[in-house]
Design a protein around this ligand. Structure first.
Ligand code: T3D
Length: 263
């Protein structure tokens, strides 16, 4: 598929989506929102896709909203940012959470504003050592969006969530990994291969089981233990009915490598 603002590729069960407006640090304009949405709808509909990798081209991962699309000249009517969030950012975050497969963010450079929180909405975040995360919203009078106010306290605790959100300082990839904000920080030249290897590995695993793990963990933050035990029972019931579960047990008993199909 041909796009102007992203690169999108399907190979060996892995979909790779690279944000591709490097001259603007891959910030989002409407066209990029539309194209990302279209690519993700392909991922959602295509049963052969078993892992999604999101990255950015150039020296940034994503700088959030393209601010040059926001008219702030004196006398201009204030833009309805709520409408932008409702139309674009919230559906994007909901899609990433809903996708029944692991979503990996390979953060190649600065991730700012919504760009940081789109990365954090992915299931596994790997960042290059030179990358950084900034909740840049406060510097222009805005509130962290794209799920930032939900993710941050859960990932790093309220004290750090408030510091990150109210100061907007850049957090290095190393610090982000040390704080548990992300899964892993790797050397710059190893980012793409590490993320691709991980995506390829996951695409050979029991994908439906992984999707159920994602569902269980995403729900857990809002549930008490009793409710979550019920969630686990129901999802385990579903997992136990998959072909991959049967294959996993059979392979274990026969002392051979399993061949998972994602069914
Ligand atoms: O509006 C709505 O729809 C509501 C939703 C909002 C969601 C949001 O994401 S709001 C937050 C928007 N993002 C920001 O506030 C971040 C703005 N960018 C920065 O603070 C810095 O650029 C960075 C910290 C990300 C990186 O700094 P640095 O020094 O590495 O790069 P730079 O020189 O600032 O940027 C390089 C170029 O990209 C530059 O263009 P130029 O001068 O070379 O022609 C810069 O203007 C451009 N750029 C970077 N970020 C944006 C951008 N252009 C438009 N929009 C951007 N967000």
């Amino acid at each position: 598929m041909e796009f102007a603002t992203i690169e999108f590729d399907l190979e060996g069960g892995v979909a790779t989506l690279a944000l591709n407006r490097p001259e603007r640090l891959n910030s989002f304009n409407e066209q990029m929102h539309q194209e990302v949405r279209e690519a993700l709808s392909v991922v959602e509909r295509d049963d052969s896709v078993r892992a999604l990798l999101i990255t950015g081209n150039g020296r940034g991962f994503c700088a959030g909203q393209d601010l040059s699309d926001r008219s702030v000249v004196p006398g201009a009517e204030a833009p309805d940012l709520g409408s932008s969030i409702e139309t674009y950012y919230n559906p994007l975050i909901r899609t990433l959470q809903r996708l029944p497969m692991p979503v990996i963010a390979a953060v190649n450079g600065v991730a700012a504003g919504a760009g940081a929180n789109i990365a954090l909405a992915c299931d596994l975040v790997i960042a290059a050592r030179s990358a950084s995360f900034t909740q840049a919203f406060c510097k222009i009078g805005l509130v962290p969006d794209s799920g930032g106010t939900w993710q941050l306290p859960r990932l790093v605790g309220m004290a750090r969530a408030k510091g990150l959100s109210m100061l907007g300082d850049k957090l290095s990839a190393e610090q982000a990994a040390a704080w548990g904000l992300i899964w892993q920080c790797v050397d710059d030249d190893a980012l793409r291969s590490t993320a691709t290897d991980l995506a390829r590995h996951l695409a050979t695993q029991p994908t439906r089981g992984l999707a159920l793990i994602k569902q269980a963990l995403n729900q857990s933050c809002d549930n008490d233990l009793d409710t979550q035990l019920d969630v686990e029972r129901d999802l385990q019931r579903e997992a136990g009915r998959t072909e991959d579960y049967r294959e996993g047990v059979a392979a274990f008993m026969e002392k051979r490598a399993p061949q998972f199909k994602g069914r």
